[in-house]
Design a protein around this ligand. Structure first.
Ligand code: GTP
Ligand code: MG
Length: 198
């Protein structure tokens, strides 16, 4: 698929305001600051399609992108979770929206779950995996910011996460990724092709 043709469609504060639930979409989820918006920019080869920030909590709406004019194939940038400075009530609200979205969005074909390679599988990452498992929703994990580790250490981290998720290997695939080094783009594209082309 032509990811370079991606363009902004709309932002939605809640599931009720999302664009019509037809066709196929893939959502990028993960902890605040994990690099979701950066990954979307790098995989579409656009500098500022999704807004990125050094301040965690930048993306607070569900942002939808279409592949060119084809509104039946979408990428979705989800708000990050786990941002400490957000009040608990707001956190709970986001988590409720996330779980609603995962449970009810019929067009959702798969979840790209981003984790900082240095801090993978946080408690809420595991909650997300649990929700995905309940829906039989396939998950592709990006261990992001791989450039922050030496290549041997990054490979070790990959093996470790793989072995921790062995019980879910039918539903879960895992790779290293770096937006900074543009590492892992082809592997990500081919996974998304599987989900969006069928
Ligand atoms: P929220 O929208 O807050 O949930 O964050 P996000 O997951 O969308 O993260 P974002 O893409 O905005 O990136 C957060 C910070 O991490 C920015 O300062 C990015 O430049 C940096 N960053 C993202 N990806 C990488 C990477 O692969 N390597 C390095 N070194 N930095 C990265
Ligand atoms: Mg973001």
């Amino acid at each position: 698929l032509n990811y370079q043709a991606a363009r902004f469609l709309t932002s939605a504060p809640t599931l009720a305001k999302c664009p019509s639930d037809t066709g196929a979409e893939v959502a990028f989820a993960g902890r605040s600051n994990a690099g979701k918006s950066s990954a979307i920019n790098v995989m579409t080869r656009q500098k500022a399609l999704a807004r990125t920030s050094k301040t965690p909590g930048r993306t607070q709406m569900i942002n939808f992108f279409t592949l060119g004019d084809d509104t039946e194939r979408r990428l979705v940038d989800l708000p990050g979770y786990g941002f400490a400075k957000v009040p608990d009530a707001v956190k709970m609200e986001w988590q409720r929206h996330l779980s609603d979205y995962l449970q009810r969005r019929t067009s959702l074909r798969g979840l790209v779950l981003l984790m900082d390679v240095r801090h993978p599988l946080t408690e809420f990452d595991q909650t997300m995996l649990g929700w995905a498992d309940e829906q039989d929703m396939p998950v592709h994990i990006l261990l992001t910011k791989a450039d922050k580790l030496k290549s041997g250490a990054a490979k070790n981290a990959l093996q470790q996460v793989r072995s921790q998720l062995r019980e879910w290997e039918d539903l879960v695939s895992i790779q290293l990724f770096s937006s900074l080094k543009k590492q892992g783009i082809e592997e990500l594209h081919s996974r998304l092709d599987d989900w969006l082309e069928s």
